[in-house]
Design a protein around this ligand. Sequence first.
Ligand code: NAD
Length: 476
Amino acid sequence: MEMLINGKTAVAADDGWIEVKNPATGELVDRVPRGGKDDVAAAVEAADACFGAWSEKTMRDRGLVLARAAELIRRDHKALAELLTREQGKPIREATDEVRGCANILEYYASIAGQPAGEVVSLGKAGDCLVTRVPLGVCGAIIPWNMPVIIMGWKVGPALLAGNTLVLKPASTTPLTNLKIAGLLQEAGLPPGALNVVTGAGETAGEALVTHPRVKKISFTGNCATGHRVRTLAGEQLKALTLELGGSDPMIVMPDADIPKAVEGAFRGRFYNAGQICTAVKRLYLHEKIAGEFMRLLTAKVEGTNIGNGLAPVTEMGPLNSAGQRDRIAGVMQDVVDRQEGCVLTGGGPVTGKAYENGFFYRPTLVADVPADAALLRKEIFGPVLPVITVPDLSTAIREANRSQYGLGASVWSRDLSTVKEVFGQVHAGIIWVNRHLTVPPEVPFGGTNESGMGRENGFHAIDSYTQTKTLFLGW
Ligand code: NAD
């Protein structure tokens, strides 16, 4: 598949290619151009040339394009979901949800077209001020491989609705569904140049986008180390910046919780997408009164997980996205054993057997008796490994939950309002769920605190982040 620049397919200026392989089988799915600095420059030029016409359209007209694109995504959702599973590895059910989720996001932004308004500030005799919101210009969107389709929606929806044009750089292992969806936006009536997709490596194509002087804003989703690099580079040019980085979400379960429901929540919260989600449950704090029963149910559930190729409808957990990802998780677990930082209850190794030998499968893993300073609790573990910690009371759970450099999400499972109030007031996170985890609707602002990043996506907040105020001061 080729890149999309100025409404046309394009190969890389230096003619290099990146192979996209199926993480379940190792088979070649397709190849994309290894775009670099020249390709980014061509894409930015196209986006810049299109900006005037696109930003002059009414927001309603821009919203209609997003609404039509959502319809086309729904029309093609089966093929898109299958492609997503083949490049990313996730079960087809999850891929279908993700593709439909992207359509939902575009529809949401279409539905609020016209609503994000400016304000009038009356200054008495001095005059009146008309405060409008104007788009920023060409924006850069850099996205990771774990939820590439949803994250594309989070960036493309508000940026285009607000009147910006975009250059998007997908992750190297999952560019295909992003390219297909960009094609559908075009089919929906997006003018050439409004959305360009440059495939390529982060260090080359990604950095060329971050440092291009005509790019006004970077919206980056990825890991913390890259986020810091992007922040430094973008900061040198005073670009606007949204950083959606890693997380290590705690899940706290109190004795009055609905235990079977909480077990389901922990299972889905940790092992959805093979644990490769920024807001996955990455630390499970169980009150000691229910820890035994909870772990009996959770261990049985985990051991019964149907692992396999995501295209099989029965699959509950697919492979990790790449060999590097699988090896990182294997390294994390080797450290647990070497440093005696926990007791492996189940899992702890790759999945064996002929059906798995060419894929990047790792068994869903539960680790108990993890010391408070263990790496498993301090780092972000981006795979199917769940450390479980037993706590005597809520205040210990909150104190331990906050012993993290991250602050993306957190959940508390309880029927008691005072417990909810304590957790909401004290746990550092951008979102606190009660009796659920993971759900991020497009209407609700999403983003983290501390090392989890800066800025918010979704909702009206995202429109704010893709616009700036411009004031007309009427001195009567
Ligand atoms: P990554 O930082 O390695 O890559 C993300 C993107 O950045 C890719 O497109 C990559 O090519 C590009 N990139 C890499 N180096 C770059 C550079 N020097 N300059 C510009 N771009 C560069 O992240 P990853 O490992 O692919 O993604 C997983 C991480 O993303 C996890 O930490 C996860 O928690 C985080 N994440 C966060 C959110 C959120 O909304 N907070 C959502 C999903 C994933």
